[in-house]
Design a protein around this ligand. Structure first.
Ligand code: SF4
Ligand code: SF4
Length: 614
């Protein structure tokens, strides 16, 4: 089932006003998730968060939908009207018009919860008169009851075992109209929705509408008192039970003594309720009083229109009661009380302990130290929603809060953040300048490289020797004109379409024994120098060399029949002969003396004569 209260994560602006307003810390804030979340099991339905949120981000479960569903199914539904209604609708001139308006919504019967109050009040009277030395916390306020069940479960045995007035009224209605009768409670409290969830069978409340929702329905269905006749509440009607919305109203209805000197009951309302429950727990043997507790007086419940004036509402309530008095039939009323006195009004409570384990002291101290960072003193300002920095640190350790909820911590972190942003910005500016300079240098280098590449390419083309550069798949990266000429007609035709034979497969251009040399060099990263090859019946010398290991190879192929190559080759080969003979000559020099030097001179002169003329 949908929780009664939840947060619209889209609308929430993470201001934490709701967290601060929650009296039982049922709203948690998780790291890395700015919007808080309500923990349904911890919530007591007080509605403070709803009132505190300026963004309309707290969603209360919609009772109108439940009611519409009931009416649509053709169910007979009785409206149970809380007596606080008299303070909520001063704009409706006569309560009988108001009853007509409610009927107009589709309700079969309209009954007063004030009658249930009177049945319950009689039980309280008996309890107070004969408590046998035991003291009770009155259980009419669902918020206070849920608080005890969840946060003071040991005290559930001190909750008065008397059912709430609305449940008593639901039983009356079902006794009168049968168990199939559906009931909808029109309540001043959001907590009534939470309370209704746990009721079943003849206690069941099928729908709960707040007064605010009732107004919305009137407006939606355009129901206006001007167009309606008077109508009375259905029997049994109430009288003094109508005072129930005031915190001491139940005592008045029960006729319980209220004089300070002699009363056995203390009435507490508002935030003081939680402190009073603690005092009850600790000091009841000295206090010796029952506690009539209301966290929220019904007349000002969170389900009523906001921004209302309490004393104005109170006066409206009293005026309403006085008006009812004029037509009040005491005899019929007493008869009805007698008739329904046997419906059974006892109730039980559950232990729904939601207290959390205290975290280890060292962990809390560590968190407090972090909150006090940079020598700050603990402020205990309460802006986080906790009464002290210690309580706040405990909540952080329990996973209910995050340090950022502390204004001082957050602002200090923001300042640190701004400072580090400033430093980062400066570094960024320096980096930008350096980057710009690098870009300029890179641009210049790129231009130089392009020029160098252009020059190299041109030089390559002009070389008399054939040159080819290949990738690792033996595809041509670049080939010069000499190579193309050497390969013949077919290569020249390709060159016209693809200049430099770029992308051509060497295997289709050269026979196996030659392109195999390239494969060898690529695989072994070992150069081959001056290897003689026969191509197109001509003698060539080929050198294959590594340009980039296993990626790029190059080759120079020289035509040995070209005159300049012939000369060069003879010089080279004679040089080799000289080098090879030199050691031999040196060895036999000892034997031949001057003869060896003469031989070297002769060979050198032959070499010189073959060298190209400068
Ligand atoms: S009050 Fe709560 S729900 Fe509303 S905007 Fe602030 S943090 Fe969000
Ligand atoms: S309804 Fe009350 S108890 Fe529940 S989350 Fe809101 S403030 Fe907390």
């Amino acid at each position: 089932m949908e929780p009664v209260v939840k947060i619209d994560q889209e609308k929430c602006t993470a201001c934490y006003a709701c967290v601060r307003s929650c009296p039982v810390k049922a709203i948690k804030v998780e790291p890395d998730r700015p919007a808080p979340m309500i923990i349904p099991d911890r919530c007591i339905g007080c509605g403070n968060c709803h009132a505190a949120c300026g963004e309309d981000a707290i969603i209360i479960r919609d009772g109108k939908t439940d009611l519409r569903k009931l009416l649509k199914q053709g169910e007979e539904v009785t409206a149970l009207l809380d007596p606080s209604i008299a303070g909520e609708f001063p704009d409706i001139t006569d309560y009988r018009k108001f009853v007509s308006m409610v009927r107009k919504l589709g309700f079969r019967f309209v009954n007063e919860v004030a009658f249930g109050v009177e049945l319950v009040a009689a039980e309280y009277r008996k309890l107070v008169d004969d408590s046998k030395g035991k003291y009770y916390l009155f259980s009419n306020c669902p918020i206070s009851v849920m608080y005890v069940e969840k946060y003071k479960p040991e005290l559930t045995r001190n909750l008065a075992p008397i059912m709430p007035p609305v449940v008593a009224t639901a039983r009356v209605v079902r006794q009168k109209y049968g168990n199939d009768m559906r009931v909808a409670y029109i309540s001043p409290l959001i907590a009534s929705k939470q309370e209704a969830v746990r009721l079943a069978e003849d206690e069941k409340i099928d729908a709960v509408l707040t007064f605010i929702e009732l107004r919305e329905l009137f407006s939606e269905y355009k129901i206006d008192e001007k167009n309606l006749e008077y109508s009375e509440f259905d029997n049994p009607i109430g009288y003094l039970g109508s005072l129930f919305p005031l915190s001491s109203g139940i005592l008045e209805a029960a006729g319980i003594e209220q004089r300070v000197l002699s009363s056995k009951v203390i009435t507490v309302e508002g935030d003081l309720v939680f402190d009073s429950i603690r005092e009850f727990e600790e000091d009841i043997t000295t206090i010796k009083s029952h506690f009539n507790i209301f966290y929220k007086e019904f007349i000002m419940g969170r389900g009523t229109s906001p921004n209302a004036r309490k004393w104005l509402r109170r006066s409206q309530l009293i005026r309403y009661l006085n008006k009812r008095e004029k037509t009040f039939d005491q005899e019929a009323h007493d008869k009805a009380l007698l008739e329904y006195s046997g419906i059974g009004l006892t109730r039980s409570f559950r232990n729904d302990d939601q207290r959390m384990e205290a975290p280890p002291a060292e962990e809390v101290e560590k968190i407090q130290a972090e909150l006090r960072k940079h020598g700050d003193q603990e402020r205990g300002c309460g802006a986080c929603g906790y009464r002290s920095c210690h309580e706040f640190a405990v909540a952080i350790a329990q996973g209910l809060a995050v340090p950022e909820m502390c204004n001082f911590y957050a602002s200090r972190n923001t300042m640190d953040h701004i400072q580090s942003l400033k430093i980062s910005n400066e570094k960024l500016a320096q980096a930008q300048v350096a980057l710009k300079e690098s870009e300029q240098i890179a641009q210049k280098e790129k231009e130089s490289a392009r020029e160098a590449s252009e020059i190299t390419r041109t030089m390559l083309q002009k070389l008399p020797s054939a040159v080819v550069i290949l990738d690792e798949t033996l595809k041509v990266i670049q080939a010069n004109e000499s190579l193309i000429g050497l390969l013949g007609e077919e290569a020249m035709e390709i060159n016209e379409v693809v200049p430099g034979l770029t992308g051509a497969d060497l295997k289709t251009l050269l026979p196996y024994n030659i392109h195999n040399l390239f494969t060898y060099v690529l695989a072994n990263n070992e150069n081959i120098t001056d290897r003689d090859i026969l191509l197109n019946e001509k003698q060539y010398s080929i050198s294959v060399f590594v340009i980039r290991k296993q990626k790029i190879v190059g080759a120079v192929i020289r035509d040995l029949s070209a005159p300049e190559v012939q000369k060069e080759e003879i010089v080279k080969r004679l040089t080799d002969v000289v080098d090879k003979n030199l050691s031999l000559v040196q060895q036999i020099g000892f034997i031949l003396g001057e003869g060896a030097s003469e031989t070297e001179r002769m060979l050198n002169s032959i070499i010189e004569s073959y060298k190209p003329k400068k």
